[in-house]
Design a protein around this ligand. Structure first.
Ligand code: MEV
Length: 432
């Protein structure tokens, strides 16, 4: 028995599972049966999932839900969400309903530019390099023509290539900073292929007539996309903000954002709540939530201080609340049409373009922040969370439907702890 192995990827799925069972599972039969339980019985579907990544041994499910009643620019949407955290979907649904009676969400795409960079070192004079770059810029674009042909037909392609001098920060370091439009695809593969072709052309040409030679370090897209930006907002009369003391609560809401703008400890949690909504829809539509999260957090720190991604103000008796966030998304390519549930999510969203999807997902983020701040500045967050937490504990204790109903009623308004729930269940079962 060994806890390390060579050639693991060459084993069949069963052999991989056996190796794990023999070396890592406490109860090997139980472990194997859990893995098998999560296998899909439809062999074709399972094979599709197996082939998304390497060394697949099963599937890891998270719940897939829908939050209905969003009105965005006058159009109704039901938003699909894939997320394991309780309360997020409930919050989204409540907020959707709240704003649907107050004019709904207004959104707009500000820009859709994506970025990729060829990072390289050059030990000569910048002016020489610049001259060389200007002379050969067209050739660099030409070198990508076969890759960009289809994208150009769809209205995308390379927007510009810039030579950037970064030597003030790192000796001899320069970039080709390339901007792209990628139509309805997120464009990661497209961008990376273009960059590698550009780097190759740049290097090959330079070896002939640029001295000293350049040294390419790497070519890769950037997940920082501050020019792929979307805005979503809501507004209402302050008096419609809350049933009791609306002025006070609207003011507290604005203060909560002011706090997040000057206090990074708060801002990170504040933005995490926004990402609860954003990532859930990003994942449900087969997009890359790690890229989205990295780009959003970098944008939150663009001023040099990590700040809130949302903003709010009260002006002339009107409460305004909005988000501006970079979202690089696709509705074609990647998993979007390959994963059957991702495809279905897009169908639920009425097959949006990438720009429409940016707007829908910005709304999902704004909604989560609205729900969180409204709860935090009024009742506190635990009231809603504990309801779902109670359900999780009841499931852990294997309570049946009838038992759940009775205990939810019994613990209403009380502090939910594991012990309190276990006790209540125990008492109920004894009574029977
Ligand atoms: C929990 O997942 C998210 C919140 O903490 C967000 C916030 O505090 O704004 C509730």
């Amino acid at each position: 028995m060994s806890k390390t192995i060579t050639g693991f990827s060459k084993l069949t799925k069963d052999e991989k599972i056996n190796w794990l069972a023999n070396n890592f599972f406490k109860e090997s039969e139980k472990g194997v049966s859990i893995l098998k339980q999560y296998e899909n019985q439809d062999e074709k579907l399972q094979q599709l999932h197996d082939e998304f990544i390497e060394n697949t041994i099963s599937n890891f499910y998270i719940p897939y839900a829908v939050a209905p009643n969003f009105i965005i620019n006058g159009k109704p949407y039901a938003i699909p969400m894939a997320i394991e955290e309780s309360s997020v979907v409930a919050a989204a649904s409540l907020v959707a309903k709240f704003w649907s009676t107050r004019g709904g969400f207004k959104t707009k795409v500000i820009s859709t530019i994506k970025v990729g960079q060829v990072h390289f070192m050059y030990e000569g004079y910048f002016e020489t390099l610049q001259k060389y770059f200007q002379k050969n810029k067209d050739k660099l674009i030409k070198a990508t023509e076969s890759i960009t042909e289809n994208m150009r037909k769809r209205g995308g392609g390379i927007v510009d290539i810039e030579l950037r001098d970064k030597t003030a920060r790192l000796e001899n370091y320069y970039q080709l900073h390339v901007t792209f439009e990628t139509a309805d695809s997120m464009g990661a593969n497209f961008i990376n292929s273009c960059l590698e072709a550009i780097a190759k052309e740049f290097k090959n040409n330079t070896s002939a007539d640029l001295k000293p030679d350049i040294n390419i370090v790497m070519s890769i897209l950037s997940n920082y996309v501050p020019e792929c930006l979307v805005r979503a907002e809501v507004s209402c009369k302050v008096e419609d903000f809350f049933d009791v003391n609306p002025e006070i609560y609207a003011q507290k809401f604005v203060q909560a954002i002011q706090i997040a703008n000057i206090e990074p400890y708060r801002a990170v949690t504040h933005n995490k709540g926004i990402m609860n909504g954003i990532d859930a829809v990003v994942l449900a539509t087969g997009n890359d939530f790690r890229a989205i999260a990295a780009g959003a957090h970098a944008y939150a720190a663009k001023s040099g201080t990590y700040k809130s991604l949302t903003n709010a103000k009260i002006e002339d008796g009107i409460f305004y609340f909005w988000i501006e966030i970079p979202l690089s998304l696709g509705t074609v390519g990647g998993l979007t049409k390959l994963h059957p549930l991702a495809k279905l999510s897009l169908e639920i969203l009425q097959n949006p373009s990438a720009e429409e999807l940016m707007q829908i997902i910005a709304v999902a983020g704004l909604s989560q922040n609205f729900a969180a701040l409204k709860a935090l500045t009024t009742t506190g967050i635990q009231q809603g969370h504990m309801k779902m937490h109670l359900m999780n504990i009841l499931n852990q204790l294997e309570a049946n439907l009838h038992e759940k109903e009775i205990i939810v009623k019994k613990l209403k308004g009380k502090t939910v702890t594991h012990n309190a729930v276990a006790d209540a269940l125990h008492q109920l079962r004894i009574k029977k």
